[in-house]
Design a protein. Structure first.
Length: 337
């Protein structure tokens, strides 16, 4: 089966009458299209419940026509639980070109809620909505209230005190409208990051698309990474956590690093590569990756830091991912000098 030319149906995502997504939110912004709050939010639902994605928003129970999904290797965000959903208008189809991003039609939405467990209960913090409109993808952050009954559009972002699974008290950052572009920006456009066929379960793809694209289910399931090679686990982690910025056309492309899964040039992924402009982030180290010497590698040095201006990724976390840094350490350590 050649999935690159196939147009795949989302059979299980037919639009139900209970889904009350307003059609106008998928239309182009009124001229002049600016990034001011008034222009960005004009015609946008102020409340998450206005979309009609959930029968029970507090319980994150999706309505008919909205399908939950998970990623094999997820992005680390201070240990937050993430609940992911996709909505596709009835009668529309999703395309797939190999193992890359699925091709969602206009009118689709990707919904991701961030939550922490506190005092034995799930606490919803924010829900990010990516809308595929006629003029491209639009990212909207919604902030949950203390009562856990509703989330409100927060174009300016917010700071929320939260407790991580490791017991760390953090000032969790809900990104503002422009910060969404820092991770989701590619060649000047906003694009999805997560739902690549290679990072989705073949079973889920079969059930929802009716067939499995070439290269699907390639990245290891993170909690089962012990059954994968260290190389696979580390490269998957870097692909998911770093490559949306460190790749050609993205916001950190000037670093010269390309950490995508498919990149096989040792220099491009940082091996014996001198940094372009790491500044104090280099920690007096000379190369991004020194084979066999993780403690002399800038890449790991920055992953292990929580110091703003040094820590990588720059956005989306304020704590160090012990599991992620350990697998990257083992990967570098195992490289032949």
């Amino acid at each position: 089966m050649n999935a690159s030319s196939a147009l795949l149906a989302f059979a299980s995502l037919a639009l139900a009458g209970s889904v009350a997504v307003r059609a106008e939110v998928f239309q182009p912004l009124p001229a002049p299209a600016s990034v001011s709050d008034s222009a960005v939010t004009q015609g946008m639902p102020r409340l998450l419940s206005d979309f009609g994605f959930f029968e029970d928003p507090s319980a994150q129970l999706p309505t008919a026509g909205v399908s939950p999904y998970r990623l094999n290797t997820p992005l680390y965000s201070d240990g937050a639980e993430k609940l992911r959903f996709v909505y596709v208008p009835g009668g529309q189809k999703v395309g797939a070109s190999g193992e890359g991003l699925l091709e969602f039609p206009v009118g689709s939405a990707l919904i991701k809620t961030f939550a922490f467990e506190e005092n034995g209960k799930r606490r919803l913090v924010e829900t990010r909505v990516l809308l595929h409109r006629a003029d491209g993808w639009l990212a909207l952050p919604y902030l949950w209230n203390e009562e856990q009954t509703e989330a409100t559009l927060a174009v300016a972002g917010a700071r929320v005190q939260a407790t991580t699974p490791a017991g760390e008290m953090i000032s969790y950052r809900v990104p503002n409208k422009n910060q969404c572009k820092e991770c989701h920006g590619l060649d000047g456009d906003v694009v999805p990051i997560g739902p690549k066929a290679r990072n989705l379960s073949a079973d889920w793809l079969e059930a929802t698309l009716g067939q499995v694209p070439d290269g699907a289910d390639t990245l290891p399931v993170w909690e089962n990474r012990a059954s994968a090679s260290v190389d696979e686990a580390a490269r998957a982690y870097l692909d998911v956590n770093c490559a949306h910025c460190h790749r050609p056309g993205a916001t950190a492309s000037n670093s010269g690093l390309d950490l995508r899964w498919e990149q096989d040039d040792p220099h491009a992924i940082g091996i014996m590569k001198r940094p372009v402009a790491a500044g104090r982030g280099a920690g007096k180290h000379l190369y991004d990756i020194v084979p066999g010497k993780p403690d002399e590698s800038i890449l790991l040095h920055r992953m292990l830091s929580d110091d703003p201006g040094v820590a990588m990724p720059e956005l989306g976390k304020s704590t160090v991912d012990d599991e992620g840094t350990e697998i990257v350490r083992e990967w570098i350590k195992g490289m032949a000098p």
